[in-house]
Ligand binder design. Sequence first.
Ligand code: 15L
Length: 267
Amino acid sequence: MTVLVTGSAGKIGQSLARTLPPLGWQLRGFDRDRSPSGIEQLQGEITDPGALDEAMAGVRAVVHLAGQAVEAPWPVIREANLEGTFQVFEAARRAGVRRLVYASSNHATGFTPRPADGCELPADTPPRPDTLYGVSKAFGEALARYYVDRYGMQVACLRIGTFADTPPDARSQATWLSPDDCARLVDACLRTARLGFAIVWGVSANSDRWWSADAGAALGYRPLDDAGRHRADQPPAGTPRPSDRLVGGAFTEASFGIDEVAGREPG
Ligand code: 15L
């Protein structure tokens, strides 16, 4: 059964192209760029309904990763993450594809205070975006809810933490999502018989995690990696900053305001 992966040339897309086929999934990639992965690939824009109709043919489920993955000027966010995500949901609906895994982000909740030691935030923590990027992810979650309620789709929204081969900094002791756990999470979302609408933290089994594992466990996600095992390899934590007290970390700082980001090249 074929699963369409949008954003297949991106960091997570290329990783899933390696990790999902051994778990039994046949992938078709869709991206504006080509990537070196060995899966079938179609090139196109996620804002192009015709290209998406072609990509959805014969597909059983969609993993929607494509879009702008960090803060950027509003026109970039609007085009990629609002228009693009809408067109992907619409194309899935037209094609009768019922299941979709949506790459949301922890930055949909970035201004939420980090919980006290030993406490965890539930997966359905209300949106409190730290950037326009975070706002666009909250939009995607609302769109998902709408397609579930109106059209009976089954959608898992993954509030992804820090996806990386190894945890890159002190914050990611809590927020790291390893490539193998990412595959386990997407695999669980594709397989579960219990999916209606779900929001799940995309995080590994980190000893210092702030995020509850319950919603993921309900879908059958069993993470195995722990950022704590890499603690010794990390650079020492810098001077504490006020933004350390918030889920979104640096994204909550003044340098991520609309005026500050307006002239920046999209990352
Ligand atoms: C994200 O949503 C970003 O795509 C990624 O670049 C990281 O900033 C990550 O969140 C994070 O919070 O570490």
